[in-house]
Design a binder for this molecule. Structure first.
Ligand SMILES: Nc1ncnc2c1ncn2[C@@H]1O[C@H](COP(=O)(O)OP(=O)(O)OP(=O)(O)O)[C@@H](O)[C@H]1O
Ligand SMILES: [Mg+2]
Length: 272
């Protein structure tokens, strides 16, 4: 049966038979995965398993060679990254992507620019009081997000001068400035010190508890991902190897062999 658009019973994200090839490399091979409304799904797997490629497909950076991306039951496979962002899909990157020449505050402000309203110079003159008010609202919203992300002290700093952990938090602040519907986090804890990891953990818990947003979390820190996910999906060599609750996945022999406990060697035996 074809899913109908905006079907409220659909999962928020429904990936069907996603295939991506890079020349001779099969990065993703008929991957199916769902993320429910308000659900946090941990996506784990060894280096090269295809996790970031899958994020590229979901966010619209990469068109898959085959398969379908459904958001709220509607087919978005051919929609641009911008169109998906408008539908509430936000992401952070494995290699942090901030606007290095802008301040931390302006980095978070950029995605809120759509709230400014159009009309050019004439619009500016005619609706100046309204615009000023909106500008104040945007700045207040940014201040609040920076505070939540432990970044208030960095508001005026140029993004290119930040250590990696802080830059990651800036990316996250930008992604949540307007409440996302689907948040894709690609190794958000990588490079964070203990204090920053604590802020990140609190933010994720808060997002899950209060915003109702769905999260797909890629993270090599196994403890972190198990603690913050409702369900885990394991990717291995471009295919889904297993999925289940964190407890089930941790006990799954094939997952332990492929990932948690070291990769299997050519004879299929587990290496240390
Ligand atoms: N732009 C590209 N061109 C060619 N091959 C690519 C490209 N991007 C990814 N690959 C290949 O696709 C496969 C999946 O890569 P991907 O980066 O998605 O893995 P990953 O699970 O995110 O790994 P990691 O944990 O190291 O980040 C790998 O074999 C990788 O070398
Ligand atoms: Mg990756």
């Amino acid at each position: 049966m074809r899913p109908s658009p905006l079907d409220s019973t659909s999962p928020l994200l429904d990936l069907r038979e996603i295939t991506v090839r890079f020349g001779g490399i099969q990065a993703l091979d008929q991957v199916g995965l769902t993320v429910g409304h308000g659900e946090t799904v941990g996506l784990i797997g060894p280096n090269g398993a295809g996790k970031t490629t899958l994020f590229d497909v979901i966010s619209g950076v990469r068109r898959p060679n085959g398969g379908t991306v459904l958001l709220d039951g509607g087919d978005v496979t051919r929609l641009s990254e911008t169109a998906r962002a408008r539908r509430g899909v936000r992401r952070t990157f494995q290699r942090v992507q901030t606007f290095g020449w802008l301040s931390v505050e302006d980095n978070v402000l950029v995605p809120l620019d759509g709230r400014r309203g159009g009309g050019g110079f004439a619009g500016d003159v005619l609706s100046l009081p309204g615009r000023r008010k909106r500008e104040q609202q945007r700045r207040a919203l940014v201040a609040e997000v920076l505070e939540r992300c432990g970044l208030a002290a960095y508001a005026g700093e140029q993004a290119s001068s930040l250590p990696i952990g802080i830059a990651r938090m800036v990316e996250l602040a930008r992604a949540i400035a307007e409440p996302p519907r689907l948040l894709l986090l690609d190794e958000p804890a990588s490079g964070l010190d203990d204090g920053e990891a604590t802020v990140l953990a609190a933010l994720l818990a808060d997002l899950r508890a209060t915003s109702g947003c769905s999260v797909l979390l890629v993270e090599h820190d196994t403890d972190f991902v198990m603690r913050h996910s409702d369900r885990i999906v394991v990717l291995h060599q471009g295919s889904v190897l297993a999925e289940g609750t964190p407890a089930r996945i941790q006990a799954e022999p094939s997952v332990r062999a492929a990932y948690l406990g070291g990769a299997p060697d050519r004879d299929g035996a587990r290496s240390a």
